[in-house]
Design a protein. Structure first.
Length: 216
């Protein structure tokens, strides 16, 4: 058994033992906090055909007599709450509670991929487009037909009405996953593409097949 296979088995074992994502909810700004849920409360994400039904209200934060309710962006159970902060003034970004979100099969696959692929990240918050020749190859044969290597001009960054070429700096390989739509505004540090070494591609596909077969 190769070291790569051992690593994949460890990753799969970890997801089997704890198939959840733990989502921290933080104060959106300074203010006085009042919690609207208890531990183990089941919460819902935004829903509806037009995403018009808000998620479960989690907490209210009051700043300068301007209360605002903050709703859940994910579904799951409230795993823990910092109850010592009830009725207290908090700073922006302070962790208030954590939601345990049960991962779906697609989310497990995506989580595994983000661990094993090389993630090429956005250098700045900007709009991104594939370079014209890369976009053409993707349209003709799909992203997984495109092999890239360090130094290739793969993406154009559009910022302040200026277009700047972005050169690939990761490991050579196939574009396995694309995490943006051309023209999207992407935050700095967020992945743009996930690249897989050619020799690892069959192993990655094998793991994806296993997840699809073994998980509900």
């Amino acid at each position: 058994m190769s070291s790569q296979e051992i690593q994949f088995d460890e990753i799969l074992s970890r997801y089997r033992s704890d198939p959840y994502e733990y989502v921290d909810m933080r104060a959106i700004h300074t203010g006085v906090v009042h919690f609207l849920v208890d531990e183990k409360t089941e919460v819902d994400a935004v829903s509806g055909e037009w995403k018009h039904i808000p998620g479960t209200a989690l907490y209210e934060i009051n700043r300068e007599r301007n209360p605002k309710k903050v709703t859940s962006k994910t579904n799951g159970l409230v795993d823990s709450i910092h109850l010592e902060l009830e009725g207290k003034f908090v700073e922006a970004g302070e962790k208030l509670l954590t939601i345990r979100h049960p991962l779906k099969k697609k989310e497990i696959i995506e989580g595994i991929l983000q661990e094993v692929l090389f993630l090429f990240e956005a250098p700045e918050r900007a709009r991104y487009y594939f370079a014209m020749d890369i976009q053409s190859r993707i349209e003709q044969k799909g992203a997984r037909s495109v092999f890239i290597q360090p130094g290739d001009e793969i993406i154009t960054m559009s910022l302040m009405k200026r277009d700047t070429p972005v050169y690939y700096t990761g490991d050579p390989g196939i574009i396995h996953s694309v995490y943006f739509q051309p023209g999207d505004s992407v935050d700095a540090g967020q992945p743009l593409i996930g690249v897989c070494a050619e020799e690892k591609l069959p192993l990655v596909q094998k793991v994806i097949t296993r997840v699809k077969a073994e998980w509900e």
